[in-house]
Design a protein around this ligand. Structure first.
Ligand code: GDP
Ligand code: K
Length: 280
């Protein structure tokens, strides 16, 4: 059988463990992620011609390196390069969950979205325009109900089709404010010309992270001669954003992510009447 690795990523309580258990059943083991005390739940299942190794990443709201969960999640994605990342989202709480989705999009991974808790979505009367949301995300969305073991085969079929290249992941990019985009291009280009930097590195993503003052990426890049020019570009971006928007690139990037998610929700989600007043 061909071996592939699938990583489950999502907010706490999105239903990752339920999905992980439903998929891997008894074939599980618990270890630790390197260097931290966070448990690593790993398991496998055989499906069609594949042995699918499933890694349940820790629940996280973001991919900034502030908590061990966030660091573990993104390190795993960068270092282990799973064949597919399945972002498990809570269908009744999409707006909050999607903030992680957009950050996974930024990493340009082969992303599938498991739209979980569909039973609750239907019961509560949420209407989600899945086709339109897929267009905006550039990723396929598979409705699931992990607790009821529904949608699992559909999800597995999608995973295999991604691996076989029969599903194209569009890898849509969120466009940030003009000044931020200009800075991203400039810094990505500088990174691109640093011969010692890993060729496989995602320069756009690193540029975004540098603009977000990401200390891990800072220390990674600071050792190269190109750092002098990058530091100048960062300084320039800060000055320009402060002048034009009254705020720094880091805050703008967060705002732009929120704006993207808000727009997507307005286009694609109708909340039930009773929930409109209470669910934000
Ligand atoms: P995790 O933190 O992402 O691992 O989430 P869990 O798998 O622990 O799920 C959180 C809670 O949501 C648990 O009470 C689950 O039983 C419940 N849950 C998970 N998936 C579903 C689902 O598809 N439908 C419903 N109604 N509840 C679910
Ligand atoms: K719940």
């Amino acid at each position: 059988k061909k071996k592939i690795t699938v990583a489950l990523a999502g907010n706490p309580n999105a239903g990752k463990s339920s999905l992980f258990n439903a998929l891997t059943g008894a074939h599980q083991r618990v270890g630790n992620f390197p260097g931290v005390t966070i448990e690593k739940h790993e398991g496998y299942l055989d499906y069609r011609d594949y042995r699918i190794n499933v890694v349940d990443l820790p629940g996280t709201y973001s991919l900034t390196p502030y908590s061990p969960e966030e660091i573990v999640t993104r390190r795993f994605i960068i270092d282990e390069q799973p064949d597919v990342v399945v972002n498990v989202v809570e269908g009744t709480n999409l707006e909050r969950n999607m903030m992680l989705t957009v950050q996974l999009m930024e990493m340009e991974v082969d992303l599938l979205v498991a739209l979980n808790m569909m039973d609750e979505v239907e019961e509560k009367g949420f209407k989600i325009d899945i086709d339109q949301l897929e267009l905006l995300l550039g990723s396929h969305i598979v409705p699931t109900s992990a607790r009821q073991r529904k949608g699992l085969d559909d999800l597995l079929d999608h995973i295999i089709r991604v691996v076989d290249g029969r599903i194209e992941i569009k890898k849509n990019k969120i466009s940030f404010s003009l000044e931020v985009e200009k800075a991203i291009d400039k810094i990505a280009d500088l990174l691109c010309h640093e011969p010692e930097l890993d060729e496989a590195a995602n320069h756009r993503w690193m540029a975004i992270k540098l603009l977000e003052n990401d200390r891990e990426i800072y220390s990674q890049v600071q050792k190269y001669p190109v750092w002098v020019k990058i530091e100048l570009a960062l300084q320039e971006a800060i000055t320009e954003c402060e002048f034009l928007h009254g705020t720094d690139p880091e805050a703008l990037i967060t705002e732009d992510r929120h704006a993207f998610v808000r727009g997507a929700m307005q286009e694609c989600v109708r909340k039930p009447k009773a929930a409109r007043a209470t669910v934000s």
